[in-house]
Ligand binder design. Structure first.
Ligand SMILES: [Mg+2]
Length: 389
């Protein structure tokens, strides 16, 4: 087998406006545009892979990720075999000391071992898995060990309305997606815990007994507020309480879990398996929610899944992205035995709807995936070009 070589790694910052009437308003403000970073890895054999990452809608941060890839990480990969996926992950993480780390068998990361550098690595990693799949003529899910399940139920993720507007919002999600589960936002945006409780009780009344209901506080409660919410939301019979606290307040999470009458979920802002370790050390989570564009790509998500498996922790990846990251999340989710449900954004997002097609689909409340090689995607290059200008 002749060795394949990487000839170029290109990151593009993409930005697409969202129509005024379609903008949701979260604790981050009105969603005026959706931004992301699209990565293309080209090889000397004519096989090209695509990856994606994003820094939560901060344009300058997304542009910085593109610069990290175009001006540094990508250049280090020219001439390397793209199929050496694990070795490349380790070499990018360990930077200048990659050879020493490889010899020692443990990580020697630099000061940039979290944050945008890991986002950049995540997008490259996803593109390398796409290349491997195309070279093998197999979908990524097969390369990860095959499907652990054929399909997954989806949940509609939104719920920004006040109590009076929730009925219209939630019923329209359930009707349009066929989902049997829905997640609404709570937390500091509500002003008081009482308002959150009122909204969550209203949501339960709207969906009835048989629809799963989750809440997401986006990391905004204090420990005292989260414990009170967890106790007083008992009547709403929540499936999970997501990000009760900031990721910088992991130490208070076990108390929140003990006070709550539902599962506790988190992980969308955590980088690498090392960030997930405190959760298992403290037994503070029931559901891990790695974001494929944040945690370190498909390679690192599988390692995080291994950690979760040993501690009986469910996986439900965080999916808030364009088509490429969503496809990577879908391949990972179906290959991973502990996944239970798949997030589908209820917000208007042209990047998810128009960046590409194929790979995965949602129908009647169920996510399924194609047998196409790699991520199975065909990008809409005209849309990409419009968003890149
Ligand atoms: Mg969330």
């Amino acid at each position: 087998m002749t060795t394949m070589k990487i000839t170029s790694v290109t990151a593009r910052y993409l930005s697409c406006p969202i129509a005024v009437a379609d903008r949701n308003v979260s604790d981050f403000g009105a969603m005026e545009r959706f931004t992301t970073v699209l990565v293309t890895v080209e090889t000397d054999k004519g096989v090209t892979g695509v990856g994606e990452t994003r820094a939560g809608g901060l344009p300058a941060a997304d542009k910085s990720i593109a610069a990290i890839i175009n001006e540094e990480l990508g250049l280090r990969l020219i001439g390397r075999d793209p199929l050496d996926i694990t070795a490349i992950w380790e070499s990018l993480y360990n930077g200048q000391r990659a050879d020493m780390a490889a010899k020692a068998g443990r990580a020697f990361p630099s000061i940039a071992r979290r944050g945008l550098s890991v986002c950049a690595m995540s997008a490259i990693d996803i593109a390398l898995w796409d290349i491997l799949g195309k070279v093998c003529g197999q979908p990524v899910w097969r390369l990860l060990g095959g499907k652990a399940k054929d399909t997954l139920p989806i949940y509609a993720s939104g719920g920004w309305s006040d109590a009076a507007g929730l009925e219209r919002e939630v019923t329209s999600y359930l009707r349009s997606t066929g989902a049997r589960a829905v997640k609404i936002r709570v937390g500091a945006r509500d002003g008081t815990v009482d308002t959150s409780i009122e909204r969550v009780n209203e949501a339960r009344r709207i969906v009835g007994r048989d629809i799963d209901l989750m809440v997401d506080a986006h990391g905004t409660y204090s420990a005292a507020e989260a414990k009170r919410f967890g106790r007083e939301a008992r009547e709403a019979r929540l499936r999970w309480f997501e990000e009760p606290l900031s990721g910088d307040n992991k130490g208070a999470l076990p108390d929140v879990r003990a006070a709550s009458f539902c599962a506790i979920a988190a992980g969308e802002n955590d980088f690498t398996r090392f960030d997930f370790l405190p959760y298992v050390d403290a037994m503070s989570l029931d559901v891990f929610q790695p974001d494929l564009g944040v945690c370190g790509g498909i390679t690192e998500a599988m390692r995080i899944a291994g950690l979760a498996s040993a501690f009986q922790i469910e996986i439900s990846p965080h999916v808030w992205s364009g088509t490429v990251m969503a496809a990577a999340s879908a391949h990972f989710a179906l290959a991973c035995p502990q996944t239970t449900i798949f997030e589908v954004s209820a917000a208007s997002n042209p990047m998810l709807e128009q960046l590409g097609r194929g790979g995965f689909e949602f129908s009647n409340g169920i996510m399924s995936i194609s047998d196409g090689p790699g991520l199975g995607l065909v990008l809409d290059e005209d849309f990409v070009a419009r968003c890149a200008t």
